[in-house]
Design a protein around this ligand. Structure first.
Ligand SMILES: [Zn+2]
Length: 96
């Protein structure tokens, strides 16, 4: 079993297992898979673990990108049944 280059790069750049927040700033991180679905760190790590064990059903579930979520509405992990909320680092300025 081998991980796609983009996934290997994530692990090299961010650490293994993939973190849920940046260090040292503590910005929330989210991951994006090949189908442009949002993944929380747990689901991203699970997909990698399953792939390495030869158990991943669809390699499209592997994370290939990582972004920090700085502002805006909460994001939700789109992995089936997870629904983990990824909150932005800064509260939204609603102009009040
Ligand atoms: Zn998730």
């Amino acid at each position: 079993m081998s991980l796609p280059k983009a996934t290997q790069k994530l692990l090299a750049n961010y650490g293994d297992p993939l973190p849920s927040h940046t260090f040292p700033n503590g910005y929330p991180l989210y991951y994006v898979d090949k189908l442009a679905c949002i993944l929380c760190a747990d689901c991203a790590n699970n997909a990698i673990k399953e792939e390495l064990a030869g158990e991943l059903w669809d390699e499209c579930d592997l994370p290939i990108m990582c972004e920090s979520h700085l502002e805006g509405p909460d994001m939700e992990c789109e992995n089936g049944g997870c629904g983990y909320k990824i909150e932005a680092a800064y509260e939204e300025d609603d102009g009040t």
